[in-house]
Ligand binder design. Structure first.
Ligand code: CP
Length: 308
């Protein structure tokens, strides 16, 4: 396979690249059963995390993944950096380029920033979430988790419920699952449904339609208040009642043996309640664990190299 420098989105990946990352995550996950969870693959390489937006899972997952590959890991602290004095993204990247870091993992509220950085550095750039646009490693870890659960991908049915309009996770995960042969449906209030829903996605109006569609996985999304200038629904309580995973809906999910996924962070009392977190078919913690294996596979696959 031709080496690739950057991972910016799902759309630009070939089928061979997708399968390469998913297949190689399996032996990396096997490593987690050992007392020494480390291989020398990236010894002497530096991985830098550059997060202009908050993160719990993605940043720490990349940091654990990089250290399990024996890379040196550095976090660029935006709050205490010269970014607070007005330094531009490109000037920051020029500085990092002079330090000869090998991988830059970047998150930014503006779509397209990872691509801009990739054009200005020899380091491999990995998009850890840019605005509404893309979150490719979340999609890859979601696909890996579904494949691990069912053994196959084709024809399995996943319904994505919640704030799809503002979700880079929904865009990337939906695209990847459909490319891998899965059936995808969306359930969201009209105000949180994007205008550009792909033709092969089934639109559902309510939970009755959702049950009738017979999903095998219900993928819940957080309502992204930070991306909404105006409220998109009357109240949080109303949202939970109409679209959330209530106890009543969880009972039906349990009866039908459905799996529940969520990219995190969760908002209890909004898209789900406490009982979902302890539901025996919740894959939420498995997604977090698999995120490390998939990100190890991504770091193993990419090759720092020439400017575009
Ligand atoms: N899933 C995800 O991107 O979580 P964080 O915002 O905590 O990184």
């Amino acid at each position: 396979m031709t080496p690739r420098k950057d991972l910016l989105d799902i759309a630009s990946l070939t089928d061979a690249e997708i399968h390469f990352v998913l297949d190689n995550a399996v032996p990396f996950k096997d490593l987690f059963k050992r007392s020494v969870k480390k291989v020398p693959t990236l010894r002497g390489q530096t991985v830098l995390t550059l997060f202009y937006e908050a993160s719990t899972r993605t940043r720490s997952s990349f940091e654990v993944a990089a250290s399990r590959l024996s890379a040196d890991v550095t976090h660029f602290d935006i709050e205490t950096s010269s970014v607070t004095k007005g330094e531009s993204v490109v000037d920051t990247v020029e500085t990092l380029e002079a330090m000869k870091v090998d991988y830059i993992v970047v998150r930014h509220k503006q779509a397209g920033i990872p691509e801009l950085i990739a054009r200005n550095t020899h380091a491999s750039v990995i998009n850890a979430g840019d605005g509404f646009h893309a979150h490719p490693t979340q999609a890859l870890l979601d696909a890996f988790t579904i494949k691990e659960t069912f053994g196959t991908m084709e024809e399995h049915r996943v319904v994505i419920v919640g704030d799809i309009k503002h979700s880079r996770v929904a865009r990337s995960t939906s695209l990847l699952l459909r490319r891998l042969g899965m059936k995808v449906a969306y359930l969201a209030p009209g105000s949180l449904m994007p205008r550009d829903v792909p033709k092969d996605v089934t639109l559902l109006k309510n939970w009755d339609e959702l049950w009738a569609w017979k999903p095998e996985v219900t993928y819940l999304l957080r309502v992204q208040m930070e991306r909404q200038r105006e409220p998109f629904f009357p109240s949080v309580g109303e949202y939970h009642k109409i679209y959330g995973m209530t106890d009543e809906r969880l009972a039906r999910v349990r009866d039908q043996g459905l799996y529940v996924m969520h990219p995190g962070p969760v908002n209890r009392g909004v898209e789900l309640n406490d009982n979902v977190m302890t539901y025996e078919r919740s894959l939420i913690n498995q997604q977090v664990e698999n995120g490390i294996a998939v990100r190890m596979s991504v770091l193993y696959w990419l090759r720092p190299g020439s400017l575009k």
